[in-house]
Design a protein around this ligand. Sequence first.
Ligand SMILES: NC(=O)c1ccc[n+]([C@@H]2O[C@H](COP(=O)([O-])OP(=O)(O)OC[C@H]3O[C@@H](n4cnc5c(N)ncnc54)[C@H](OP(=O)(O)O)[C@@H]3O)[C@@H](O)[C@H]2O)c1
Length: 299
Amino acid sequence: MAMILVAGGTGFIGSHVVRCLAADGHQVIALSRNPERARGRLPEGVTLRSGDIRDEATLGPALEGVDVVVSAVQFPNHPVENPRRGYTYVEVDGEGTVRLVRAARRAGVRRFIYVSGAGTREGQTKPWFVAKLMAEKAVRESGIPYTIFRPSWVYGPEDRSLNKFATFARVLPFVPVIGSGRTRVQPLYVDDLAEAVAASLASEKAVNQVYEIGGPEELTMDEIIRTMLRVMGRRRPLLHAPAGLVKLAAWPLQFLPAPPLSPAAVDFVLMEEPVDNTGVLRDLGLRLTPLAEGLRYLR
Ligand SMILES: NC(=O)c1ccc[n+]([C@@H]2O[C@H](COP(=O)([O-])OP(=O)(O)OC[C@H]3O[C@@H](n4cnc5c(N)ncnc54)[C@H](OP(=O)(O)O)[C@@H]3O)[C@@H](O)[C@H]2O)c1
C-alpha cells in the first residue's frame, strides 16, 4: 500500500478522498497550513503534516517518503478572491500547484492526481481557468505519471454551496437564486469523486489521463433546488434575482478587507460547463449517484 499525501485533505473534497484512501488501506497524510486546527476533523490513523503551497520551502519536509500526491487545494472563501491576502486562483490553485509539482518531482513522488475543474481547456480566459490551465500544464509536463480530474459542481454533507440553499429553505419563506435558474449543471456527489480518485490509483488505464466527471443527470439550477426541497420535505417558492443586479450590488463589496461577494464570483457560480463521463465510466467502473439519492443526508 502506498504512502499518499493529500494536499487539501482537510477540505471538503480532500477529506472525502482521505477517508476513501484510508479505507482502501493506504497510509494517508493530509497537508494543512494549520494541522492543530484540523486534527479533530480527520479519521483515526490519518496523519497531518504542516505545509503551505504558497511557500515551497515547507513542501520538501511534508513530502518526505511520499509515493503519491493528490492535490485538491482551494483558497479560503472561494470563489471570492482576496488579492490583499494572496487568496487568488492564480496564486493558490495555479502557482501553488506548480510549486507542489516541483517539490513532488524533487521528492521522487511516483504518481500525481490533480483535481482540476470542468471547462478547463486552452483559450479560456477567466482567472479560475487560467489557474487550472497553469496547474494542469505543470502536472502534465512534470514527468510524474499523473491523472487529472475535471469535476463539475460537487455537493455533499459539508459543501458550502448547495447546503446554502438548504439553509435558506429552513430559515426563509422562499429560496433566493442568482440568475434565471436555467443554468445547466451535472451535480456530482462528493463520494463518487473520492472513489474515482481511489480507483484511478489502482488502474493502469488511468495513467496520464484527463477525465471529465459529473453526476449522471444534467439539470437546471431550479431543478436541482426543487429536488433538494423534495428530499427535505419542504415547499418553498424560488425567488430569482437578476444576475446583472447582483453583480452591480457586489461591485463595491469586492473592495472590503474580507469581501463577502464579488462580480467575478457571480460569474463563477453561473458558469455552464457540461462534462462527458465516458472516460471515467469506461476506465474506472464507477456508479454515479443520482441527485435525490446523494441528497439523502438532508433528510
Ligand atoms: N467544490 C466543488 O464543487 C469543486 C468543483 C470542481 C472542482 N473543484 C476543485 O476541487 C479542489 C478542492 O475544492 P474544495 O471545494 O474541496 O475546497 P475547500 O473545501 O475550500 O478546501 C480547501 C483545502 O485547501 C487547503 N489549502 C488552502 N490554501 C492552502 C495552501 N496555501 N497550502 C496548502 N493547503 C491549502 C485547505 O487546508 P488548510 O486550511 O487545512 O490549510 C483545505 O484543505 C479545488 O481545486 C477546486 O477547484 C471543486
